[in-house]
Design a protein around this ligand. Structure first.
Ligand SMILES: Cc1cc2nc3c(=O)[nH]c(=O)nc-3n(C[C@H](O)[C@H](O)[C@H](O)COP(=O)(O)OP(=O)(O)OC[C@H]3O[C@@H](n4cnc5c(N)ncnc54)[C@H](O)[C@@H]3O)c2cc1C
Length: 316
């Protein structure tokens, strides 16, 4: 096996053009190989030391876009002030990944390029309308994350294309986001189901626009369709409508962790909670990252607060 540590981005792209596969944190690639899912490729190029892939621009450019380098770790994203302020849903997702060790080594680029339907950054990125910048020796291009995932472990990106960064449009005023997942334990876990929401509120507190994406209920992360239905609704009513749409549109599998019926129901509950948390954040309320912990959603400890009703009395 050939293992080369890339010295520059161009070096990495040249190696990929001649068939090497990129490795960032290795938490999917190496762990998967050890578990016998797929053998390690014959040629690997390590990209984790490329400083050019390791920074976050919290919107200093003309268009105010947030740009996250592919090798930024989940721990960095989860603790980054600009991400928490502007796209807290992504910080929620990153802060739930694996364990502290996984979050310090695992990267956003590896998460989205691994294309698991259970990835925790996918739904917040899709809800935020993010795009992926990929580069090869042939040039670079941007593609919407909505067009990135084709199926479990499959992307629309060519094998010589490296994910360089993720671009997130700057959210407008009274706009915020949240991501929640159903989990059976707090660490070393993968979402049973999950949901990310980005919501903009009108001055009267009703929903002006919403986008919602779902985790682990289809072969890829999916966007909930028909959300024009929630425009003009107050958050509680909007959350109930989203719950119905999410459950109707999910196509989950049954496996040893959950039945399809259970996933279909609980993804609606997670989607409604994500919408409510995003609405509260959009209204200016501070909900600490991740919503799972601060609102007692998912795996908890005895005595944890559990959010069973919303501020406006809606039963969850
Ligand atoms: C114990 C454990 C718990 C976990 N828990 C979670 C969890 O809760 N939620 C979750 O979402 N994930 C979880 N994961 C999965 C994993 O940690 C994440 O998906 C992580 O973000 C992968 O990043 P990485 O840098 O380690 O990827 P790597 O393993 O280095 O790469 C993953 C794949 O992406 C490709 N790749 C990597 N970087 C790029 C790039 N820049 N451009 C193109 N292709 C690239 C690689 O070739 C490989 O195919 C867990 C993993 C473990 C081992």
């Amino acid at each position: 096996m050939q293992f080369v540590i890339a010295e520059t981005l161009e070096h990495a792209l040249e190696l990929m053009a001649s068939g090497s596969r990129p490795i960032a944190g290795g938490t999917d690639l190496v762990v998967g190989a050890r578990q016998g899912k797929e053998p390690l490729p014959d040629a690997l190029v390590a990209i984790d030391r490329l400083g050019v892939l390791a920074s976050i621009d919290g919107g200093t450019g003309e268009d105010g876009e947030i740009v996250i380098g592919a090798c930024v770790s989940h721990a960095t994203i989860a603790g980054h002030g600009d991400i928490i302020d502007l796209v807290p849903g992504l910080a929620d997702g990153s802060s739930l990944v694996g364990s502290p060790a996984t979050r310090h080594v695992g990267t956003i680029g590896g998460n989205i390029m691994n294309a698991s339907p259970a990835m925790d950054t996918g739904a917040p990125l899709l809800a935020a309308g993010a795009a992926v910048e990929v580069a090869s020796t042939r040039g670079s291009r941007l593609l919407a994350v909505a067009d990135l995932w084709l199926g479990p472990g499959q992307t629309s990106v060519d094998s010589d294309e490296l994910c360089v960064a993720v671009h997130i449009p700057r959210p407008g005023p009274r706009t915020s986001s949240a991501y929640v997942r159903l989990e059976y334990r707090r660490t070393m876990e993968i979402a049973v189901v999950g949901a990310g929401a980005q919501v903009s509120l009108s001055d009267d507190g009703s929903v002006a626009s919403a986008s919602v994406a779902l985790t682990a209920v289809a072969p890829v992360i999916i966007a909930v369709q028909g959300l024009s239905e929630v425009v003009g609704l107050q958050p509680g009513e909007a959350a109930r409508t989203v719950a119905r749409l999410a459950s109707e549109q999910s196509r989950p599998i049954s496996d040893l962790r959950a039945s399809d019926r259970y996933r279909r129901h609980t993804v609606g509950v997670m989607a409604s909670r994500a919408v409510l948390a995003a609405c509260r954040r959009a209204a200016g309320e501070e909900i600490a990252v991740p919503v799972n912990r601060s609102e007692g959603i998912g795996a908890g400890y005895p005595g944890d607060a559990v959010a069973n009703t919303t501020a406006d009395g809606v039963e969850l």
